[in-house]
Design a protein around this ligand. Structure first.
Ligand SMILES: Nc1nc2c([nH]c(=O)n2[C@H]2C[C@H](O)[C@@H](COP(=O)(O)OP(=O)(O)OP(=O)(O)O)O2)c(=O)[nH]1
Ligand SMILES: [Mg+2]
Length: 158
């Protein structure tokens, strides 16, 4: 389906499976519109001139204080969010990374946007999940076993 949605253009987001043992980091979003407050990955918008890896490291640091390394590309989704007050279209790059320091604990650095960060097993996910994360989980996708691709292989940057 092609739609102009009032002249809006698609945006690119990078979201991160921060893998810690058998768990990943999820935070419950605070919904400004009084919606369902889904559990989502840390991540955000790709800024002009940024590589996927730089964006992943920056967003995880800004939102949780964690330092990550070994960032790998794993999958991508292309979603229209028409149910929101402002319709949006995202191409979302999903990456996987590990903690630079396994002793580091996440902090809730954007409490106006997130209720807090916790480690969750992929086999026992909290609900509701962010829409495209739920879809991925339903397909049998597993962020631990998904084939990872080094971002350098994928995209020489700049
Ligand atoms: N945070 C997050 N965003 C996701 C997920 N899946 C997904 O498609 N997105 C898309 C839709 C979001 O509106 C978009 C950007 O993430 P965000 O909403 O957290 O953006 P943000 O405020 O942290 O970004 P920024 O303006 O600080 O750069 O990424 C997910 O699991 N977590
Ligand atoms: Mg975010």
């Amino acid at each position: 389906m092609a739609t102009t949605a009032g002249g809006a253009t698609p945006r690119v987001a990078v979201v991160v499976f921060v893998a810690n043992g058998q768990t990943i980091l999820l935070g419950r979003r605070r919904s400004s519109s009084g919606g369902c407050s889904p559990f989502a990955l840390p991540g955000g918008h790709l800024e002009f001139g940024e590589s996927f890896e730089e964006c992943a490291m920056r967003e995880v640091k800004e939102e949780t204080g964690l330092d990550i390394e070994k960032t790998e590309y794993i999958t991508v989704t292309n979603n229209l969010f028409l149910d929101k007050p402002k319709p949006s279209h995202y191409v979302t790059i999903f990456v996987r990374a590990v903690l630079a320091d396994e002793q580091q604990e996440p902090q809730n650095l954007e409490p106006e946007k997130c209720e807090g960060w916790e480690w969750h097993s992929w086999d026992d996910l909290p609900r509701p999940l962010y829409g495209n994360l739920e879809k991925l989980a339903k397909t049998g996708f597993n962020p631990f076993t998904a084939h990872g691709m080094s971002i350098g292989e994928l995209l020489q940057f700049p």
